[in-house]
Design a protein around this ligand. Sequence first.
Ligand code: 5GP
Ligand code: MN
Length: 332
Amino acid sequence: MVSDLRELAEVIGRCERPLLTGHIMPDGDCIGSVLALALMLEGQGKSVRAVSPDPVPQIYRFLPAIERVSVGVPPAGFEPDSFIMLDCSDPERVGPDLAVYLDKPGVTAINIDHHVSTRPFAHYNYIDPGASAVGEIIYDLSFELGAPITYEVAASLYTAIFTDTGSFRYDSTTSGTHRRVARLIELGVSPSEVNTAVYEERSLESIRLLHATLGSVERTPSGLVAWASLTIDQEAAVGATGEDGEGLINYVRMIKGVEVAALFRETEPSVFKVSLRSKRFVDVSALAQEFGGGGHPRAAGCTISGALNEVTEAVIRVAERRLAEDSDGRSA
Ligand code: 5GP
Ligand code: MN
């Protein structure tokens, strides 16, 4: 484990040809953090490639310099000496095509993350669950690296932090978050422009998907657990793509009385990507880990195979047990 940012900066300082990546089904934090760090290291004269295992969602394509993040694997002929993962809570998060770099001879694997569930699976691991977003870590790292925060870097870091804190609404938001973000605004970032690009320019398909999601909402008799589901057929009927599902889970959590919210999205026949959220005290990261996933105490996920009703029942059963356990100590 790398315990401080100075050591992390030293490790990264030794990299000459870093390959940077975020996780599959990328979100604003991994895209913004990858782009910001790529620009910083490029500015220091390194030969950098930044890739995303899945396409960059449309809502993040407004970011200046986003074309620096390519999709899939690095261009042929590029031989990285280091593989820097951002926001990856387990090695599978980089996807099957990039996983080869995790133990490729001559390649130093570095993971920079903020999930509580993350184990040290790389050669160097900097994991700070106290950071609201990986973007916060990269902001702090810039000072240790001696890399200036240009406008492009600031816009990427702001977007990372803005999206991962739920627009500065979640518990993870601290006074330190606001201090860092204040500096990013001073550097020229417009909060309203970022908000409009990310949240006010939804595709019509995503609104139709929201309609289908809301139509499927159910809750347990106690009202503490609520869930919604989307099958492949429903998604196909509205012409939705994976990224059109961003934020749908929030509507399930916002129901009065709900503590645990789940969204089951069928990604392949009888394979469900499960998004989990809690409102006040249930540790959904622990819940997700029971199904091989992970995440944060209030936002986590996993993938489960089976018939929809079986998958739903299994998750609800564990959610109800965790509700009973976590409410005892209100420890999470
Ligand atoms: P989302 O529900 O938005 O996809 O993910 C919520 C959080 O849980 C994110 O921080 C994400 O990184 C994490 N997460 C989602 N799915 C998985 C998974 O399958 N495995 C792990 N380890 N983390 C996940
Ligand atoms: Mn993420």
